[in-house]
Design a protein around this ligand. Structure first.
Ligand SMILES: [Zn+2]
Ligand SMILES: [Zn+2]
Length: 359
């Protein structure tokens, strides 16, 4: 049944099916950086039989030799996968064609980083598990649902709004991500405050909003995250806390998150859009000048950050404070006490080996 569905969607079948080909690990090592693509997406869609969904997704991924992480709940799916480009294409066609996983799914594609090892940037295996929510904000599931979220802005609309917001004290950018993510990249716009909550995990976000609601009151709030999924819930919470409907507060969320915004500046991007002359300082669309996101988009996969970035280093070494934004310049460094992911430069790694826990 599954194989028929895959074949109907243009599956290469015999050539890629792991059941028919030996030496999989060998061929994984022979691929080049340009052959591999990462796919991120989420979809809010009612799933009645989660166990069956887990079996189905596992079979599809094994068939196409995709690795990564799939989380399935009764309210939808949250997915990051990687594999050969043609296999990821087939996968997207299968998901679109199947119909059970939502319509108009916003697939987000990006490649590996040049100049780094392929092996280190790829998943070691496939994990498909049940969760209680698409993304957990740590509140009861029926409170502040995603469909009460703030108005979505396309990357282009977001960019235009920032063009119009320079030096405007009534506008704030609100990062909904964790501290170690914001440390290597964030939105910056002249004269506009970027509020970075410095939270350890997303479930800390509601408390941050409760404690800092005065920073947001009466403002035009522009919320963003990696790929958009966290803002769906987070913006519903902010809207409710600001009593936005009653008080006419304006809350917006960036559709597709930082990922889609950076894709807009990516010369090879599939979603390349036109940027206005004003925003781009006359450099022409795709050149990358005039973008409001500085630094790197942290991702929860072995790449650690997406390849579309401006080269700005926002991060600082935890020990010596020198500019440094790589988490993977050696084994993972975490605080010995609280296990927070830390940036530690090459020199400090050698000099202060006992100061942090190396995984
Ligand atoms: Zn250092
Ligand atoms: Zn700590």
């Amino acid at each position: 049944d599954f194989l028929c569905r895959a074949a109907g969607a243009g599956c290469a079948g015999f050539r890629t099916c792991p059941l028919r080909e030996e030496g999989e690990s060998e061929s994984r090592e022979q691929t080049s950086i340009a052959d591999i693509i990462f796919l991120l997406y989420y979809s809010y869609v009612e799933i009645n039989d989660v166990d069956e969904a887990i079996r189905w997704h596992t079979a599809v991924c094994q068939h196409l030799r995709l690795k990564g992480r799939i989380r399935i709940s009764h309210e939808g799916v949250n997915v990051v996968l990687e594999g050969l480009k043609e296999d990821v294409d087939t996968y997207m066609a299968i998901i679109r064609g199947d119909g059970r996983w939502g319509t108009k799914i916003d697939f987000k594609l990006s490649g590996l980083n040049e100049g780094r090892s392929i092996h280190e940037q790829r998943f070691k295996g496939l994990s498909v598990k049940e969760t209680s929510e698409v993304v957990s904000i740590g509140l009861r599931q029926d409170l502040y649902p995603h469909f009460h979220g703030a108005t979505h802005l396309s990357p282009q609309e977001w960019h235009e709004m920032l063009n119009q917001s320079k030096m405007d004290k009534n506008v704030v950018l609100l990062d909904t991500r964790n501290v170690y993510e914001s440390r290597i990249g964030k939105f910056e716009c002249d004269g506009v405050e970027t509020i970075v909550p410095n939270i350890r995990q997303f479930t800390d976000f509601p408390k941050f909003v409760d404690d800092n609601i005065d920073l947001l009151r009466g403002k035009k709030v522009m919320m963003y995250c990696t790929g958009g999924v966290r803002c769906e819930r987070a913006s519903a919470y902010v809207k409710e806390k600001l009593q936005a409907e009653r008080e006419g507060a304006e809350v917006f969320q960036l559709k597709g998150g930082i990922h889609h915004y950076l894709k807009m500046f990516d010369k090879d991007g599939e979603t390349e859009l036109e940027i206005s002359e004003q925003g781009n300082k006359g450099a022409g669309a795709g050149a990358g000048a005039g973008r409001y996101f500085k630094g790197k988009n942290f991702v929860f996969d072995p790449r650690r950050y997406e390849p579309m970035h401006d080269g700005n280093i926002l991060g600082r070494c935890h020990t010596c404070e020198k500019p440094h934004d790589l988490y993977d310049n050696g084994p993972e460094c975490r605080c010995k006490t609280c296990r927070l992911l830390l940036l530690v430069c090459d020199e400090c790694r050698k000099r202060h080996e006992d100061d942090w826990k190396v995984q």
